[in-house]
Design a protein around this ligand. Structure first.
Ligand code: NOJ
Length: 453
C-alpha cells in the first residue's frame, strides 16, 4: 500500500477563519462580519476580527509549515479584501497581502492551492441580493478574473467554491450560518443554480486569463455513506443511499445535486421531478456553462454513515454501536469513509481525487510541559489515512489537505472546536505545534510509510 511519489501532503485554512485584520488596509465587510454581530449566532459570541492574525503572522506560520514538511497549503482569498465593494475598484493592499503570502510559500517550497470562495461574500453584494441575484455569476467571474490576473503566474491550483452545500444549506435554508436567511427551498434552488453558474464562469475565466495552464476544481461537502461489508449488495446499497436517496431527501446536502451537473452535465432527474414546481428554469446553455471540464474531484470528507442492504433489497442506515466515538463538534469518527468515498467518487466522476479537507475537532489542553499531547487526534488521523492509503492503491488520489493548519474560528461554534495541528493561544497568538504536527511531519517524510505498522 502506498501513495504516489508526488502526493500532495497539505493543510488547509480559510480567510475568515484565520486572517483577522478585518478592519485593516481597506478590507470591505463580508456577510460573516455582519452575521457574527447578531445575538446568539456564535456559541462563544466571538468573531473573525482577529482570529489567528495570519494577516500579520503569515511568515511565522509558513516557517512552521516548512518545518512540518508540508508540500501544499490550501487557503482562501477574501473577496472583500480584494474588491471591498464586491465589484469595481481593486484594493491594492489586499493584492499585496496575497502576493506576499504566495511568494513566501513558494520560497519555502510549498505549493499554494487557492480557494476563491470560502463563504465570505462581500456584504455589499449581499445587500444586492447575494446569490439570489441573477447577476451573481457575473460578479464572481469579475473576481475570478482578478485572481487569475494577479496570482496565476505563481499559483497553478485553484478551487472555485468551498462547500456550497454548507453556505446554501446553512445560510439560505436555515439561519445557522451567514447570511442567516431562513428561506424556502425555491430560493435555495435559485441560489444553488447561480452558484453553479458562477463556478462555470470562473472556470472559463481562469482558463482564459491564467498565465500558465491551471489545475482547477471545487471543494464540496456532502452527506456520505460507506458499506457495512465489502459484499457487492452492501456496496451498491451505500452508493444508492448516497447518490440517489440522500439527493432526494436532502438535496442541498447531497453530493449528486452539486457534482452531477459539474461533472456529468445534468441535475439528478429524480430530484428534478420531485421539485419540478419550484425549480428555476435550467437552460441547456446554463448546463453547458456549469459542465466545464475541471481537473480533479475535490471533496471535503470528515465522516459518513454506515449503510447495508436490507432483506427487501433497499439500503438502510446501520445504527451506531453503543459508545461509538464522536468529536467535540459532534461528528462521528468513521475512518472507513476515506477508503470508500474516493472509490465512489472516482467511479462516478472519473477524475483524480483530492481530499480537500479532513480532520478532527478536539479538546486540546496545554500540558505542564508546555506541549499539547493530542493523542486522540493522532489516532483519528492515523486510522483515516490508513484507509486513504488503501484507496490510493485502487484509484488515483493526488493529495490530502488536513483541516486545519491552526486552531481557528469554527463558524457558529466560535473558537471551541479546535482542529489545528498547531495550537493557538488566542489571548497571546502564541503558536504551539501539537504532537499531531510532529506525527504529520513523519507521515509526510515517509510518504505515508509510517502508517503501516
Ligand atoms: C468544512 C469547512 O470548509 C471549514 O471551514 C470548517 O472549519 C471545517 N469543515 C470543520 O468544520
Amino acid at each position: 500500500m502506498s501513495f504516489k511519489k508526488d502526493f500532495m501532503w497539505g493543510a488547509a485554512t480559510a480567510s475568515y477563519q484565520v486572517e483577522g485584520a478585518a478592519k485593516e488596509d481597506g478590507r470591505g465587510l463580508s456577510v460573516w462580519d455582519v452575521f457574527c454581530e447578531k445575538q446568539g449566532k456564535i456559541k462563544d459570541k466571538s468573531n473573525g476580527d482577529i482570529a489567528c492574525d495570519q494577516y500579520h503572522r503569515y511568515e511565522e506560520d509558513i516557517e512552521l509549515m516548512a518545518k512540518m514538511g508540508l508540500k501544499a497549503y490550501r487557503f482562501s482569498l477574501s473577496w472583500s479584501r480584494i474588491l471591498p465593494e464586491g465589484t469595481g475598484k481593486v484594493n491594492e493592499k489586499g493584492i499585496e497581502y496575497y502576493s506576499n503570502l504566495i511568494d513566501c510559500l513558494l520560497a519555502h517550497g510549498i505549493e499554494p492551492f487557492v480557494t476563491l470562495y470560502h463563504w465570505d461574500l462581500p456584504y455589499t453584494l449581499h445587500k444586492r441580493g447575494g446569490w439570489l441575484n441573477e447577476e451573481s455569476p457575473e460578479w464572481f467571474a469579475e473576481y475570478a478574473k482578478i485572481a487569475a490576473e494577479y496570482f496565476s503566474d505563481r499559483v497553478k491550483y485553484f478551487f472555485t467554491f468551498n462547500e456550497p452545500q454548507c453556505f446554501v444549506g446553512l445560510g439560505y435554508l436555515s439561519d445557522i450560518h451567514a447570511p442567516g436567511i431562513n428561506g424556502p427551498d425555491r430560493d435555495a434552488f435559485t441560489a444553488a443554480h447561480h452558484v453553479l453558474k458562477a463556478h462555470g464562469k470562473a472556470v472559463q475565466v481562469l482558463r482564459e486569463y491564467g498565465k500558465q495552464p491551471l489545475k482547477i476544481g471545487f471543494a464540496p461537502a456532502g452527506k456520505y455513506t460507506y458499506p457495512k461489508t465489502a459484499a457487492p449488495k452492501d456496496v451498491e446499497a451505500a452508493k444508492k443511499m448516497m447518490f440517489d436517496n440522500i439527493a432526494l431527501e436532502d438535496w442541498v446536502w447531497s453530493v449528486a445535486w452539486w457534482s452531477d451537473p459539474i461533472f456529468l452535465g445534468k441535475y439528478p432527474e429524480a430530484v428534478c421531478e420531485k421539485y419540478k414546481d419550484i425549480l428555476p428554469a435550467f437552460t441547456q446553455e446554463d448546463m453547458d456553462l456549469i459542465h466545464q471540464p475541471i481537473d480533479f474531484v475535490g471533496q471535503n470528507i470528515y465522516d459518513g454513515r454506515m449503510v447495508a442492504c436490507g432483506d427487501d433489497g433497499e439500503p438502510y442506515f446501520v445504527p451506531d454501536y453503543i459508545g461509538a466515538p464522536y468529536t467535540t463538534i459532534n461528528s462521528p469518527v468513521t475512518p472507513e469513509i476515506l477508503y470508500w468515498m474516493p472509490k465512489f467518487l472516482y467511479e462516478r466522476y472519473g477524475k483524480p481525487v483530492i481530499i480537500t479537507e479532513s480532520g478532527m475537532a478536539n479538546v486540546d489542553i496545554v500540558s505542564a510541559d508546555g506541549q499539547v499531547h493530542d493523542g486522540s487526534r493522532i489516532a483519528y488521523l492515523e486510522s483515516y489515512l490508513q484507509n486513504l492509503c488503501k484507496a490510493a492503491d485502487e484509484v488515483p488520489i493526488d493529495g490530502y489537505f488536513l483541516w486545519s493548519l491552526l486552531d481557528n474560528f469554527e463558524w457558529a461554534h466560535g473558537y471551541q472546536g479546535r482542529f489545528g495541528l498547531i495550537y493557538v493561544d488566542f489571548r497571546t497568538q502564541k503558536r504551539i505545534p501539537k504532537d499531531s504536527a510532529k506525527w504529520y511531519q513523519t507521515v509526510i517524510a515517509t510518504n505515508g510509510g509510517c502508517l503501516h505498522r
